[in-house]
Design a protein around this ligand. Structure first.
Ligand SMILES: [Zn+2]
Length: 190
């Protein structure tokens, strides 16, 4: 059984740590190696792999240092030239086994063109595509591409737990309130 916890990094990044019962783990989007290494040491965990969603520095910045420390890591990520560190390249609808669970890959272009998300055991690791109350900035993709990507994520079961890569909830809800002042669902942040 996988358990998930967050490792806070920078101002508002979440590096997600997925751990099995034998204290083996992987991390998602380690933008900074420092807090990951601290957590591994504090909890006596073995790092087996890294899952990358997209190429932005605050998501991949810690990879080189982690590989230096653990040279046999399996590094999952998009199968494009921007990820030379990836040794297990992935594209849409691929799947792989992680600690006995199946992880499905969903391509979600929009924030970047080669952004992917990971879905396993009812949990979605969506990088900078979907946030609590908002979506990621369109650095490379078109609004149509982002809309298609979000629509794809919308087909996942309603019980899906969403693990996004930044804490933007309050600022997203304030923006949403400015756009839809009469939306009663947004009154929670008054
Ligand atoms: Zn990003």
């Amino acid at each position: 059984m996988l358990s998930v916890s967050s490792i806070p990094a920078f101002n508002d990044n979440y590096i997600w740590l997925l751990k099995n019962d034998d204290n083996h783990c992987v991390v998602v989007d380690p933008g900074d190696a420092g807090p990951v290494l601290e957590r591994l040491e504090a909890e006596g965990l073995s790092l087996d792999g890294i899952l990358l969603t997209h190429h932005h520095h605050d998501h991949v910045g810690g990879v080189a240092q982690l590989v230096e420390r653990f040279p046999s890591l399996t590094i999952y990520g998009p199968a494009t030239a921007r990820f030379p560190e990836v040794n297990h390249p992935l594209k849409d609808q691929d799947s792989f086994s992680l600690f006995g669970s199946t992880v499905s890959v969903i391509e979600v272009p929009g924030h970047t063109l080669d952004h992917i998300a990971y879905y396993t055991d009812g949990m979605l690791f969506c990088g900078d595509t979907l946030f609590s109350g908002g979506c990621g900035r369109l650095f490379e993709g078109s609004p149509q591409q982002m809309h298609q990507s979000l629509t794809k994520l919308g087909t996942l079961p309603d019980t899906t737990q969403v693990y996004c890569a930044h804490e933007y909830t309050m600022s997203n809800l304030k923006f949403a309130q400015a756009v839809e002042p009469d939306n009663t669902a947004l009154r929670l942040c008054d």
